[in-house]
Unconditional design. Structure first.
Length: 474
């Protein structure tokens, strides 16, 4: 069924859209970016020209010209009497290896496959006769894989029984399942901002109402605001990435963890800890797992092999109290009938090798991070370019809130990035840009050169009065 977006909601999603002149092209670019990020799904009916013009406080002719530009580029279609709706985009394959036009895709913050993966897959394929002897439908997960995941947690200081583990089809599947079981329509959810955008989408689809807590590269989590939000709104759950948070790369200090845990326990809030990036340490060194001494049932952990081994290995898991695992198993059949057997067998073979894999990843990520930080600091000295201790990306603060305009400009030059607003739980972040450092070095260096060439043009093309206004808001 087709969906609609109101003028008010579209205005909020566009944020600081007026980043260049003419205004109608800036508006069209803002809507294009929402389509490219899938924040405007295909077949979404847009507001009428008059309604959007009133909401944006521009002339109707500006909106009409923007819609005309979007029709010309194939982003929307308009039918007299029926309005305008977004169209499915003819996307290029987001994978770098399949890109035939030379585009550098830094929308996906995922390293290439671990070099030893092909050999492990070949070994598992040699045991295919045993694999196909199983039924193949299993909403809990293979016993050997759940045992390996439990041992993985035990090595980290978290004693775990295989009965406290549920295997899922990647971390995103785990998030969707947790959202459907833990949250109902109208329930409050504490969430970091910026954060992993697909998690926000999953929780919103479950009907949750996010309450944002700021995270910055300089100061980390705003714990005062977190404590106030937990006490005031009593959220059912909180979604956190305590280690190498995506996209900021920050990690919680021991004091941060203690404060957040105490506040969550006072409010009766379940902590959903996304640990998919927790093993991506570059130079921080080992620390105790987050919320190690939480009360049973108050913490749910989710992980996957997507960032550590390969994004194409769609195996994830949930580690939770056995009672919650039973509830998740009961609800799962409406979503899927289990994780593929072959992928599970590969994952079971990989888990014991994780220390070796993580060591290789650390070297790879250090090389990419250092190269990108050096290039950007050299070419763009007015940007605040951090050097995170782990993770997969830089969360850069620009010297003007023009992230969306910059992303649209460099896209036309073959560099695909996600604007800072894509990671906002409640709007904003137009001053920030996420730049992954997981691509090959030559691509990273070329990306830095494209950004350096584009930024003066984007910065200079924005109306001075509007830039000043946006900076005052920030």
């Amino acid at each position: 069924m087709d969906s609609r977006i109101s003028a008010r909601s579209l205005t909020a999603a566009l944020g600081g859209w007026r980043t260049r002149e003419p205004a109608y092209e800036a508006l069209a670019d803002g809507i294009r970016l929402l389509c490219l990020d899938n924040r405007l799904a295909p077949r979404t009916t847009l507001p009428a020209e008059r309604e959007l013009a009133a909401s944006l406080q521009v002339s109707r002719s500006t909106v009409a010209a923007a819609y005309r530009s979007l029709r010309e580029t194939g982003h929307i279609a308009s039918v007299r009497g029926s309005g305008s709706e977004t169209l499915p985009l003819r996307r290029r394959d987001p994978g770098r290896a399949a890109s035939s036009d030379g585009a550098i895709d830094l929308q996906q913050a995922s390293p290439p496959a671990w070099p030893g993966l092909a050999g492990v897959i070949a070994e598992v394929a040699g045991q295919s006769a045993a694999l196909v002897g199983r039924v193949g439908y299993d909403v809990v997960g293979r016993p050997d894989l759940r045992a390996a995941i439990a041992e993985h947690y035990a090595r980290r200081g978290i004693p775990t029984d295989p009965g406290e583990v549920l295997v899922t089809t990647g971390a995103q599947s785990a998030i969707h399942l947790l959202a459907s079981v833990l949250l109902g329509r109208g329930d409050r959810l504490l969430i970091e901002t910026p954060t992993y955008p697909h998690a926000v989408d999953a929780f919103r689809r479950a009907g949750a109402r996010p309450v944002g807590v700021p995270v910055t590269t300089a100061d980390g989590w705003d714990l005062d605001r977190a404590e106030q939000a937990l006490a005031r709104t009593l959220p059912v759950a909180a979604y956190l990435m305590p280690d190498f948070q995506n996209p900021t790369g920050r990690s919680m200090t021991p004091d941060d963890r203690a404060t957040m845990l105490a506040a969550a326990e006072r409010s009766g809030t379940v902590l959903i800890l996304d640990e998919t990036t927790a093993d991506l340490d570059i130079d921080r060194g080992w620390v105790a797992p987050a919320f190690l001494h939480a009360e049973p049932g108050s913490v749910v952990r989710l992980g996957s092999l997507g960032k550590t081994v390969w994004g194409g290995l769609r195996v994830g898991w949930i580690r939770a109290h056995a009672d919650l695992i039973r509830r998740l198993v009961a609800a799962r059949s409406t979503q899927d009938l289990g994780t593929p057997e072959f992928e599970q067998a590969v994952a079971a073979a990989l888990l014991p090798m994780l220390p070796e894999i993580v060591g290789q990843r650390s070297h790879l990520l250090r090389t990419g991070r250092d190269a990108m930080v050096t290039a950007l600091r050299s070419h763009l000295p007015d940007w605040a370019v951090p050097s995170p201790a782990g993770g997969v990306a830089l969360w850069i603060e620009l010297d003007a809130p023009l992230s969306s305009a910059l992303v649209m400009d460099v896209r036309a030059r073959g560099l695909l990035l996600s604007a800072g607003s894509r990671f906002a739980a409640d709007g904003g972040h137009d001053r920030h840009l996420r730049v992954p450092f997981t691509a090959p070095l030559d691509e990273l260096e070329h990306a830095a050169a494209i950004l350096a060439e584009a930024w003066p043009r984007v910065r200079g093309g924005a109306p001075v009065a509007i830039v000043d206004q946006l900076e005052a808001v920030v």
